[in-house]
Design a protein around this ligand. Structure first.
Ligand code: GLN
Length: 480
């Protein structure tokens, strides 16, 4: 029997059309699975009744001659930092406990306009800060394949709900790898779009010049279709691009020979697991034997990426998170009754440890005595990186590197050593620092059957090419 996860959204829509299934049946099946998988802690809230009601409404459309949306019948979950009107949103933080969104994010508007069914909001690291989902105020999310291992972060819940087939697809956000790394750890496709491709309106900001929303799916076609729906100019987000949105799901053929760049520094990096490395080497050999050109390109800035990323993102976070003051939103300390103590106590009690660390680090790098030494230097490195990457894409179609140096690690393995945890992001932050699109593909497994993600990066607004070549890579039979 084919699982729902083996089918694409378009295939499910064909079944809906012929009447062999219904939206209501799809939703009820997922709700049952969600019930059986509560221990994974992947959903913070399931919109059960509402999803059934919406499914019934949509089922009426199946028989009517009305125009159906591109995501008709697609059961989708959203990360708990994406606003959905009259629904709770907490960014995995106690400071937003009980807060209800007053408006829809643009991505939610677009999903609903295309007849998707939003089934729930997913657990994540607090304010999207983390690489293992161990920083959520609402507990760890378990990797469905091996419950002693992390699902990756920060969009761990969004990855696991798709991994465990609790819904068809999900949305996450990626500031430094939070879609791609959990996708790699859970054996999924995860795409971080070009900065500005998808509106950030209604996404709770972590680092505004890095954040992008993107999909988790089992296959490329679904990722392409969801991108078609959520991308495009939005007057509510001045950083969204008016660049035309191609019909990604119809442009998945790639019949050229690709020019691929590989950075030796990424392949010879200290922390790279031997099996991750060899699976990538195998893939590169396969690509060469299919006639694609794979060339080594010098890239000497790898060791500077993590520092640059953490200086800039914490600086932006310290500013973005200033609004959570116990007065405007969510949690207010009961142990204070004057203005200053209300701010101080609410923030002390409301934020978790990692978020506080980052606010302090960000405040420090922006302080007048240290601004030039840290923040402004990191900005210069970002500029150098962006120029270097732009030049590379003048000669190459893609860059390939691992998504993560290791497979999913065990709970607690890196929690005592923040630097080691930060190094888990070494391959993912480049795309966010330079604004380019990047995708993680589940192309290999280690000897224990744990998924290994391969990362493909392309030039700005080249999602069409990125998805088309990804489709090709997904069809290569690599020895697992
Ligand atoms: N793991 C990275 C961090 O902790 C990335 C987070 C993200 O992309 N939201 O910042």
């Amino acid at each position: 029997m084919t699982e729902l996860s083996d089918k694409t959204i378009k295939q499910i829509q064909t079944e809906l059309k012929t009447g062999s299934t219904s939206c209501e049946k799809l939703v009820r099946d997922y709700l049952q699975k969600i019930d059986e998988a509560k221990h994974l802690n992947a959903f913070l809230e399931v919109f059960s009744d509402e999803a059934i009601e919406r499914a019934k409404e949509l089922d009426k459309k199946t028989t009517e001659i009305t125009i159906k949306g591109k995501l008709f019948g697609c059961v989708i979950a959203i990360k708990d930092n994406i606003c959905y009107k009259q629904h709770k949103v907490s960014a995995g933080s106690k400071i937003l406990e009980g807060f209800t969104s007053l408006y829809n994010s643009t991505v939610v508007e677009r999903l609903l306009a295309e007849d998707a069914i939003i089934i729930g909001r997913t657990n994540c690291d607090e304010f999207a800060m983390g690489s293992s989902n161990e920083n959520s105020a609402y507990g760890n999310v378990l990797n469905a394949q091996d419950n002693s291992r992390v699902p990756g972060g920060s969009s761990g819940g969004s990855a696991v709900v798709v991994q465990a087939n609790l819904c068809h697809a999900s949305l996450g956000s990626d500031t430094g790898g939070s879609i791609r790394q959990p996708a790699a750890f859970c054996g999924l496709v995860g795409l971080k779009p070009t900065y500005g491709r998808v509106s950030r309106y209604g996404l709770i900001a972590y680092a505004s010049s890095f954040d992008q929303i993107g999909p988790f799916t089992h296959n490329i076609e679904d990722a392409a279709l969801i991108m078609e729906v959520i991308s495009g100019k939005d007057n509510y987000d001045s950083t969204s691009s008016s660049e035309i949105v191609p019909a990604y799901s119809f442009e998945l053929g790639f019949d050229k020979k690709a020019r691929i760049a590989v950075f030796p520094s990424t392949m010879n990096s200290d922390g790279l697991n031997a099996e991750v490395k060899s699976s990538l080497e195998n893939l590169l050999n396969d690509l060469k034997s299919e006639g694609h050109s794979v060339e080594e390109v010098g890239f000497n800035l790898l060791d500077h990426l993590i520092a640059t990323y953490y200086v800039l993102t914490t600086a932006e976070a310290s500013s973005n998170l200033a609004r959570f003051d116990g007065v405007h939103y969510g949690y207010r300390s009961k142990n204070a009754d004057e203005m200053d103590p209300v701010y101080k106590r609410s923030r002390t009690e409301g934020f978790g440890k990692e978020v506080k660390n980052r606010i302090m680090l960000g405040t420090f790098v922006l302080s007048s005595g240290y601004y030039d030494a840290y923040y402004s230097r990191a900005q210069k490195v970002r500029r150098i990186l962006t120029d270097e990457i732009r030049d590379i894409f003048k000669e190459y179609d893609f860059i390939i590197m691992p998504t993560s140096p290791t497979v999913a690690f065990k709970f607690g393995e890196k929690t005592d050593n923040p630097v080691e945890m930060y190094l888990a992001d070494i391959y993912t932050v480049l795309a966010n620092l330079t604004g380019i699109p990047a995708i993680s593909l589940p192309l290999a497994e280690d000897k224990n059957g744990l998924p290994i993600g391969v990362q493909l990066l392309a030039d700005k607004f080249q999602e069409s090419k990125l998805l088309a070549f990804s489709e090709k890579l997904m069809q290569i039979e690599t020895p697992k």
